[in-house]
Structure formats: structure tokens, C-alpha cells
Design a binder for this molecule. Structure first.
Ligand SMILES: [Fe+2]
Ligand SMILES: [Fe+2]
Length: 289
């Protein structure tokens, strides 16, 4: 059923971006349930620059390892398989946010917003369930990927969306529907489906502006992740981490604070943890060599 919708997206919007090769090999093996730690290391090492970056990030103050790791095998052993896998996916996916001189938006700003949202979602979910933190990070990286779909295929039309938001005060989803007949959250989730990503991330991207989750039948763990992603997105905007195409902050429903177990007097601490972690990650991310 969902296949047909991907076809709708392609016929309405145009060609979809291609998943970079390392990410594509990782997701393919994940889908076959054949991805071992050894295989993951080999796929990452197939791209020297990417491997070096993953290793540098693994050794950064963001992860705060006591002892530096010198190989990907060791990184997997110390940080865990899921951390290294999602880090490699994130580094690989960064390529989609680069080299768009004709873009109507600041794509690098959108990348940094995504990185900010990734850090924020990770920090937030750690209070609920530490095991979900690597997924929260990757969800943050990918949450606005639908915007890349739009910018890629129809950059001029994306300008119309921005104009409708700015000059007519239309909410983002309405402006997107008017111009593209798709919201970026739907476009993003369909893209991830066509890339064969797991259902949990497809769902999270689809609902990242809809944290009440009243209509959807979703597992509790998944709900926590979606709400952490929603809140991370809003906090990334509030803290000016990167630049979203939509500066308007959404109201955060009570249910979100409650589900994520964040009390009013803790918000300041959460925000400063996000800010601090973002700076640590950015330092390592932007380091050359
Ligand atoms: Fe979004
Ligand atoms: Fe966003």
C-alpha cells in the first residue's frame, strides 16, 4: 500500500534524493537482519574519509570516553553497535545537506538545526530510557529530510512556501500542502520508506509535528521517541541551534512534558545540557582532517 504513495510523491514532486552509498549499504544489511559488528566496520572502512570522521567523533568529548579508541572495532565495543551504526548513518547522510548553491534556503543552517535537534532529542530521551538515545539522535538528523526532497526537486516552488508563510502567515503544513500537496513530514517518511529504513523512524518523521498522537496506534516506546523528537525540534529552535526554515515554535502540550518526565523547574537544566552537548559535538564534527 505504502509503495503507491511513494509513487504519488515522485509523480507530484519529482525525483527523490539518493541515499549515500555507506548509508545505503548499512540499511540494506539491516533490512536483511544480517548486519554484524564486523560487517558494519567493513562497510564504514570502505570509505576512508567517513571512517576517519566516525572515529574522530567517537573519540570526541561528546561521548566522553575515558580512553581513546583507535579502531572502529574498538569503538563498537566501547560505545555500542547502535551508537556507531547511527553515527555512521548520520555522517553519511550529511552529504545530502551539502553543495546546493541554488537553494532558496540556508541548507547548512537546516543541517545544523537537524544536528541540534538530534542532540536535544538524545538528551531528552535519556531521562526516560537511555537505550533509546541513539535512535533519538538519528531521528533528529532525519526529521526534516522531507524539506531536502522539496528543495532538490522544486527549489523555486519551495520559495513559494516560504513566501506564503512569511507574507500570508500560513502555518508551514498548510503552505506546503498548497504548493506541493505534501507536507515535509509525509514526504520525509515516504522517502525513508523508499530507502528501506525501519518503521520506527518512518513513523517518527511522519508524526514529528503531531505529539498528541491521538489518532495513531503507536507503541509506548515509540511514542516517547516521537515526543522527544518533537520537543527536541522546538528546543533546537528556542536555543537557536542552526536555522530551521520555520522559526515559529509550536506550543508544547502538557502530555509531552508529562510523558517525558520533565518538570517545570528542570527545563533550564535540560536546555543547558543540550547547549553544552551541541557545542561539543559541533567542535568534533567541523574539525578538518
Ligand atoms: Fe519539521
Ligand atoms: Fe525541524
Amino acid at each position: 500500500m505504502i509503495r503507491v504513495k511513494v509513487q504519488d510523491l515522485i509523480s507530484q514532486i519529482g525525483d527523490l534524493p539518493t541515499l549515500p552509498s555507506v548509508a545505503s549499504r548499512i540499511t540494506q544489511e539491516m533490512k536483511n537482519e544480517a548486519l554484524t559488528a564486523k560487517m558494519l566496520g567493513a562497510i564504514i572502512e570502505g570509505d576512508t574519509a567517513l571512517a576517519a570522521k566516525v572515529l574522530r567523533l567517537a573519540n570526541s568529548a561528546f561521548y566522553g570516553l575515558q580512553k581513546q579508541v583507535t579502531s572502529l572495532d574498538k569503538a563498537v565495543m566501547v560505545l555500542g553497535f547502535n551508537t556507531v551504526k547511527n553515527l555512521a548513518l548520520s555522517v553519511s547522510i550529511h552529504a545530502l545537506f551539502k553543495g546546493r548553491p541554488d537553494s532558496p534556503i540556508d541548507v547548512d543552517g537546516l543541517w545544523h538545526h537537524s544536528l541540534g535537534c538530534a542532540v536535544a532529542a538524545k538528551v531528552i530521551i535519556e531521562k526516560v530510557d537511555k537505550k533509546l538515545n541513539d535512535d533519538a539522535f538519528l531521528f533528529g538528523i532525519l526529521h526534516d529530510i522531507g524539506k531536502i526532497v522539496f528543495i532538490n526537486a522544486r527549489p523555486q516552488d519551495y520559495e513559494k512556501i516560504l513566501l506564503l508563510m512569511r507574507e500570508k502567515g500560513l502555518p508551514q503544513s498548510e503552505a506546503e500542502m498548497e504548493v506541493m500537496e505534501f507536507t515535509h513530514q509525509r514526504a520525509g517518511s515516504l522517502l525513508l520508506d523508499s530507502w528501506k529504513f525501519p518503521d520506527s523512524i518512518i513513523l517518527a518523521v511522519k508524526y514529528h509535528h503531531d505529539p498528541e498522537l491521538k489518532t495513531a496506534k503507536i507503541e509506548p516506546k515509540e511514542k516517547d521517541l516521537i515526543r522527544a523528537l518533537f520537543l527536541g525540534n522546538q528546543l533546537a529552535k528556542a536555543l537557536h541551534l542552526g536555522k530551521s526554515t520555520n522559526p515559529v515554535r509550536e506550543e508544547i502540550p502538557k502530555t509531552v512534558w508529562q510523558a517525558l518526565n520533565i518538570k517545570r523547574n528542570e527545563i533550564k537544566d535540560v536546555a543547558s545540557a543540550i547547549q553544552g552537548n551541541y557545542e561539543l559535538l559541533l567542535q568534533a564534527w567541523n574539525m578538518e582532517g
